[in-house]
Write a protein that binds this ligand. Sequence first.
Ligand SMILES: [Zn+2]
Length: 352
Amino acid sequence: MTKRTPLPRRLQRILQAIADRHIGAVEQAFLDSLDAAVGRVDTQRLLSALRSGDLTEAVEAIGVTNIETEMRRRVFAALHAASTEAARASAQGTGIGVDLRFDLVNREAVRWAKRRGAMLVREVTHSARNNIRGLVANGLRGVFTVRETAVAIRPLLQAAAKRTLGLTQKQYQWVENYRTELSGQMRATERVRAGEDITEVARELHKRPETVRKWIRQRLTPELVERRVEQYAARKLRERALTISRTETMDAQSAGQRIMWRAAESQGLMTFDIGVKQYYDTPAGRLIGPTAHPKCRCTEVVRRVGRFFRRFWVIAQDERTCKICRQIPKMNPLGVGLPDERMEAREQRLAA
Ligand SMILES: [Zn+2]
């Protein structure tokens, strides 16, 4: 039994490496889509939408549809590339690569990448629409208290549009909380500067005077607050881009393989053992395959067992955090999916 583990592990490493090679492209596709969309933001219109608190106008001005269009085109190409490369590697790894008709695989991979890309677009535009609500609610607070003309605050409006379009709702909230925090510190500083007693100000804010003194040393100005908020938002944006690209490339890799298996099955090159359940049952009773959660590094591979092919879930060796993935080695100490001793014995008899 233990002799069987090296092959899935090797194929797993190859497939993970393929996913990793495409991370940069997917990440870049997301960020480029964002830049292109933000480049077309109608700042004049956005400013007046924010001044009047008009949600519909703000959605129009920021142009959620722009990111939709950009992402569809760019992300689709990146996902397609990753899935077809994985399909080829998997076909080679299982020894059916030479006979497989890759035009069939490719046609399916195109279809999959479009579907998957559309799902991702929906996810991004959903959070974007909700964030715009937050942006309108905050209206002319923070960035917009800088009393200048629309031309002068154009970069600020674009930065606001960028985080609105690019961040998850939770991240967007964190950014707003950070701004509130910094603004509070700035106001406390101003009060002390204006002659109020530092101990009094501190007590009122439930802080220690040393804390307020630390705030004062930062010399916060509205511009500095904005710059810090932007840096924080940029960091969150990079985090999201990385989460998206890691998850999507692993998914593309799994999808490419499944497409290959189906194509091979339809050409009579692979026969799957339907007597064996091909996925793990989670405690909740749901049937799942990797990826099981954002940034999941698990892979699925097939191996020939006797006359049949069988799917195996190969858990990522660095998987520590996921409740689902973590328990797979416990269900099966080999960390592979569902080998059934009796089934195996039957197959050996059949093969003999
Ligand atoms: Zn996993």
